[in-house]
Design a protein around this ligand. Structure first.
Ligand code: S3P
Length: 428
């Protein structure tokens, strides 16, 4: 249990830890590349540590010391058949990207994870990989973990993904690299493009045309060094905290602002937040900047369509932001929230209602009326890191303490979160 009390102000500078999506990919691509990959600013969160342990089980030598990692890649054919089940913990990204990778390997493997993973739909990856020729099974006809894979002998496909999901797109592209001929994935809306960017850094030719991405099978990866930018999905919690806590100014250093991830910046600007973006630069094909936010007079907005994949992980904290904005904020087309680490529509609505917010769930989003003063109470992360951090930020503005159950879930993506929050409360 963690108790969070009202903050009189939040002031200071935080160096945002490494991006979770990019850290996973750096381990995976480093493992299947030829040569040694050095990773800096790696996120040592529980999810990315699960990815490391899966690749170690397949015979890859990986040395991790905090945010520095050295991966001794052995090439695509260097992975060996794991003798035990591969446990991804809470990590959907590890699960779905590895499904694609393992679908091309001429051996048998079984992927499993925690209770949350067991409820998440894996058929969105099973279906295209089976079309490519992999033999995949799991509970309910390959829908749920544990999932077993006998890979090899893949043929390239052209696949129109019904969901805008980078995990699906990346899983198919990783299988495509091991397939005969070309593999193309197209989406309805553009999802995050870190796989495409990083594959290019590892020397792979990637064809991008509109909403489609293609790779030719048989390409090898060449090791490279990866400097991971800070995670905008972690920065989001302090961006919102800075905007809603009185008398605050927070600077967040080294934040990845890749256009496919930066919807939270657009939303803050639309709502009238006092936000500045400085020191823009590009590191390993990823745009990075320093962000400063101060207490803001916020107005409502509507969030739907193309922007949804650009801020899907930020919607819980955006819901809290909207409780402090004047007017009715409507979030639509976000049904994907129901199949995240928890059903995030239900989790956000239930928790914020219990703290006094005016918020209702809809089949594909939420409607929030503001501004509403919030009160304290006992709430739970439900084991979902982003619900936990949203509630901790809520505790900074509630009259009365927020008592947060299962705060340890936050270690999945931001192990130093409470330390950084306390530094800002202390004004350092
Ligand atoms: C991720 C993609 C997104 C996101 C997740 C990380 C990735 O999931 O929600 O936190 O690293 O590819 P979907 O692909 O299911 O949208």
């Amino acid at each position: 249990m963690e108790t969070i009390t009202k903050a009189h102000s939040l002031k200071g500078t935080v160096v945002i830890p490494g991006d979770k999506s990019i850290s996973h990919r750096a381990i995976m691509f480093g493992s299947i590349a030829n040569g040694t990959t050095h990773i800096t600013n790696f996120l040592p969160g529980a999810d990315c540590l699960s990815t490391i342990s899966c690749f170690k089980q397949m015979g890859i030598h990986i040395e991790q010391d905090g945010a520095s990692v050295v991966v001794e890649g052995k090439g695509m054919d260097g992975l060996k058949e794991p003798s035990q089940l591969l446990d991804v913990g809470n990590s959907g990204t590890t699960f779905r990207l590895m499904m694609g990778l393992l679908a091309g390997r001429p051996f048998h493997s079984v992927l499993a994870g925690d209770e949350s993973i067991a409820k998440r739909p894996m058929n969105r990856v099973t279906v295209p990989l089976t079309q490519m020729g992999a033999i995949i099974d799991g509970r309910e006809q390959g829908t749920f973990a544990p999932i077993s894979i006998r890979g090899g002998n893949l043929k390239g496909i052209t696949y129109e993904s019904p969901v805008a999901s980078a995990q699906v797109k990346s899983g198919i592209l990783l299988a495509g690299l091991q397939a005969e001929g070309e593999t193309t994935v197209s989406e309805t809306h553009r999802s995050r493009n870190h796989t495409e960017n990083m594959l290019e850094s590892f020397g792979v030719k990637v064809k991008r045309e509109g909403l489609s991405v293609s790779v030719e099978g048989g390409q090898q990866l060449t090791a490279t060094n990866v400097e991971v930018p800070g995670d905008i999905s972690s920065a989001a919690f302090f961006l919102v905290a800075g905007a809603i806590v009185p008398d605050s100014t927070i600077t967040l250093l080294n934040v990845g602002i890749n256009e496919t991830r930066s919807g939270i910046i657009d939303v803050l600007q639309q709502m009238g937040a006092d936000l500045s973006i400085k020191n823009r630069r590009v590191v390993n094909q990823e745009e990075v900047a320093d962000l400063t936010i101060s207490t803001s007079n916020l107005t409502n907005t509507s969030i739907e369509g193309d922007i949804i994949p650009r801020l899907i992980d930020e919607l819980p904290i955006i819901a809290l932001l909207a409780t402090q904005a004047k007017g009715k904020t409507v979030i639509r087309n976000a049904e994907e929230l129901k199949v995240k680490e928890t059903n995030r529509i239900d989790a956000v609505v239930d928790a914020l209602q219990s703290l006094g917010a005016s918020i209702t769930g809809t089949p594909d989003g939420m409607v929030i009326e503001g501004p509403t003063p919030l009160h304290g109470g006992r709430v739970s992360s439900l084991g979902d890191h982003r619900i936990g951090m949203m509630l901790a930020v809520a505790g900074c503005i509630t009259d009365g303490a927020v008592e947060l159950e299962l705060p340890e879930a936050i270690k999945v993506s931001y192990p130093d979160f409470f330390e950084h929050l306390k530094q800002l409360q202390a004004g350092s």
